[in-house]
Design a protein around this ligand. Structure first.
Ligand code: AR6
Length: 177
């Protein structure tokens, strides 16, 4: 196959310490920062990232970035060329928002491929402040990356912040054929 899905690697750690072509940020639609991964990326990446986010809000994304979409900026001082900001859905027990979560992974990979990225680091989108259960979040993340051809992306690295998240991703990955 010439346009295969990327290889999946699991790492326990801090996404801001990864050396990859693109780091995906679990942002919110304002693109102007927040807690969790978003806070860590802006803190460590420095003000250049926020400046580009502000410029995006002043131009193409006047109303903010919609849930499930993705957009790239510089990675500032991070050891990466790009940060790809995506907005995960807030978990709901009354509505199935899985397709929006899958869209975050698909759209981020599409943006990464458009930038010529070969390696991409993802956090477990929506599984922190947005309340998505980690096991379901892991299934959606891994399944979607497996189903998405993203040439020239050859490696997707899921960076899991704590041991339970890492173990869950590992269990889901090894249970898939
Ligand atoms: N590296 C890797 N993973 C991390 C890190 C890190 N440095 N920090 C947290 N995690 P969250 P969300 C894990 O809350 O649920 C922000 O305020 C964390 O344990 O960062 O999509 C945004 O502005 C969890 O498993 O993102 C939005 O308002 C996962 O990353 C909102 O939070 C995602 O947790 C987005 O919420």
């Amino acid at each position: 196959m010439t346009n295969a899905a990327p290889a999946i690697i699991l790492v326990r750690g801090d996404i801001t310490e990864q050396r990859v072509d693109a780091i995906v940020n679990a942002a919110n639609s304002s693109l102007l920062g927040g807690g969790g991964v978003d806070g860590a990326i802006h803190r460590k990446g420095g003000p250049e990232i926020l400046a580009e986010c502000r410029a995006l809000r002043a131009s193409r994304y006047g109303k903010g970035l919609a849930t499930g979409q993705a957009v790239a900026t510089t990675a500032g001082r991070l050891d990466a060329a790009h940060v790809i900001h995506t907005v995960g859905p807030v978990h709901s027990t009354s509505e199935d928002r899985s397709e929006l979560l899958a869209s975050c992974y698909r759209e981020s990979l599409r943006v990464a491929a458009g930038l010529g990225a070969r390696t991409v680091a993802f956090p477990a989108i929506s599984t922190g402040i947005y309340g998505w259960p980690i096991d379901d979040g892991a299934r959606i993340a891994i399944r979607t990356v497996r189903e998405t051809a993203a040439d020239p992306v050859v490696e997707v690295r899921f960076v899991l912040f704590d041991e339970p998240a890492y173990q869950t991703f590992e269990a889901v990955l090894s249970a898939m054929p």
